[in-house]
Design a protein around this ligand. Structure first.
Ligand code: NAP
Length: 477
């Protein structure tokens, strides 16, 4: 196999043969920051980054909105890491099916799991599986051309109303993509199938629904400002919802972000226009509503026609100091033809990995995987970073600090026990195993061919890139 021979000779041509063999699982921000910091901290280390996708960069490619190109610039930094002669990228290698966790732990001295959160929290209420109800992640993967969901085809044509559940930054992303004039997206790297569907979309009205109040809306000010600035947008926020209590004041005193978000919402609610004009895009911020059930359409069986909400009020929660939503027993229905649940991502465990199902993370102490928090005994050579470590929160740069912490733990452990004393076949071992299993490994130079082709296709139509969106094209390299 070409990959095996090329990589094998590259390993032996290195000035010093590596005595620390490291595998990072996941090539998103957490994975690449970890690789970068490991390479810097340990000159003796060889770091292999594997990813189940044929393309690197995880959330930067599949999660960041197409109209946020500045956020994607970090790809240049990650590419420089991948070009380090002690680093390799192997795509189309899936932890669990191509190679098991126990195999990786035998092959490498150190394994760092940084594969993020590729699933969704669920509400667990009736009607969640109706057609027209999607998670925001699915919708994001669809418009970003993720090969697993390029076929999603959400129906944007047969309704003028979408409900987005949740008020975090992902909720704002999906609402903005639905409401922004498609002409403004045409020069981004949005997947062409999504751009075509958005051009034909009849959705004009988006409800962003939070179970708590405007002080607790989970978004940040910059992202809120951006959506409020959509051209010709009618924004509706009920004055009553903006009434605040002393507990709200206390929350805002403790958080500048909460204060700024609340101030922006207040300003937007009093900006003048009382009714939308015909055809105008509408954004409704709806507060104090928790989803109770999804309503089925009477004329289109199996399809969503709305959401039944229970009105809520805030009450103090013991311990956290935050206010939580409590049902009032009063209900209200909102009609729609599309629902995007934006209530948070969820990590998926693999065989042999300790997992805290209530928090959706791998139990760890400063990045050292532990079998359980109670016992606190680290699992030898196994570490975690990113959303799998701390849950699905934070911006890309948060992973920088997170990787710092995990790499510091690795370094401390290595000082106590020299890994060179134990044989690990590392890169050669992995590639041999993948060759035996006939896995079609995508190297970084294969990715660069994909990258070149995407940019070439994009340049023909005025886009930075035209993404290849299916597995067959991506693996054809
Ligand atoms: P998030 O910020 O945690 O927001 C989740 C939202 O879902 C909250 O409004 C939450 O309300 C609501 N929610 C959770 N469970 C619910 C339930 N059972 N019923 C009703 N509502 C529920 O998560 P996210 O929006 O997925 O974002 C993930 C992370 O990525 C965040 O840190 C975000 O800032 C970041 N991100 C950043 C950008 C950017 O910088 N441009 C873009 C996208 C994402 P409660 O507050 O009441 O729980």
């Amino acid at each position: 196999m070409a990959v095996f021979r090329a990589m094998f000779s590259r390993t032996f041509s290195a000035a010093t043969s590596p005595s620390l063999r490291v595998c990072v699982v996941g090539s998103g921000p957490a994975g690449f920051y970890t690789a970068e910091k490991m390479l810097k901290a340990h000159e003796e280390a060889e770091v292999d980054v594997i990813d189940r996708l044929p393309t690197p960069f995880g959330l930067v490619r599949s999660g960041v909105a197409p109209d946020h190109p500045e956020t994607k610039i970090v790809i240049n930094q990650f590419s420089r890491v991948a070009h380090n002669e002690r680093c390799s990228f192997f795509g189309n290698v899936s932890l669990g099916s191509s190679v098991s966790l126990s195999e990786l732990r035998q092959i490498y001295h150190v394994v760092v799991l940084a594969y993020g959160a590729e699933s969704d929290r669920v509400l667990g209420i009736p009607g969640e599986d109706l057609s027209g109800v999607h998670s925001a992640r699915e919708f994001v993967w669809w418009y970003n051309g993720h090969p697993d969901l390029s076929q999603l085809a959400p129906d944007l044509k047969n309704t003028d109303t979408a409900i987005v559940l949740g008020q975090g930054n992902v909720a704002l992303d999906v609402a903005r993509i639905l409401l922004r004039p498609p002409s403004e997206l045409a020069t981004t790297d949005i997947a062409s199938h999504a751009l075509a569907a958005l051009k034909e979309s009849s959705i004009r009205k988006v409800y962003l629904v939070g179970r708590r109040g405007p002080v607790q809306a989970a978004c940040t000010a910059k992202e809120l400002r951006e959506i409020l600035a959509i051209k010709d947008l009618y924004v509706n926020i009920k004055q009553d919802d903006l009434q605040i209590t002393s507990a709200d004041e206390e929350e805002m005193k403790n958080s500048r972000i909460r204060r700024r978000v609340y101030d922006l919402l207040s300003k937007a609610s009093s900006s003048g226009q009382t009714h939308p004009s015909s055809g105008q895009p509408e954004l409704h911020f709806t507060f104090f509503r928790k989803p109770d059930k999804f309503l089925e359409s009477s004329d289109k069986s199996g399809h969503v026609a709305g959401v039944k909400f229970e009105k809520t009020t805030l009450k103090a929660s013991a311990g956290s100091g935050n206010q939580i939503a409590a049902g009032t027993g009063q209900y209200e229905d909102l009609k729609c033809g599309l629902v995007l649940k934006s209530i948070g991502y969820k990590s998926i465990p693999v065989d042999g990995l300790p997992f805290d199902h209530s928090k959706g993370v791998v139990p760890n102490i400063r990045g050292r995987v532990v079998s359980s928090y109670d016992v606190g005994q680290p699992v030898d050579g196994l570490y975690v970073c990113g959303w799998l470590k701390r849950g699905p929160t934070g911006i890309i740069a948060t992973n920088l600090y997170d990787a710092d912490e995990t790499v510091a733990s690795i370094s401390e452990d290595i000082k106590k026990k020299d890994p060179a004393s134990e044989f690990a076949s590392g890169r050669e071992g992995l590639l041999q195993l993948l060759e035996n299993r006939k896995i079609n490994v995508v190297t970084f130079s294969d990715w660069e061919k994909i990258d070149f082709e995407e940019k070439r296709l994009g340049s023909l139509i005025g886009k930075p890139r035209e993404k290849l969106t299916n597995w067959k094209d991506l693996l054809a390299k």
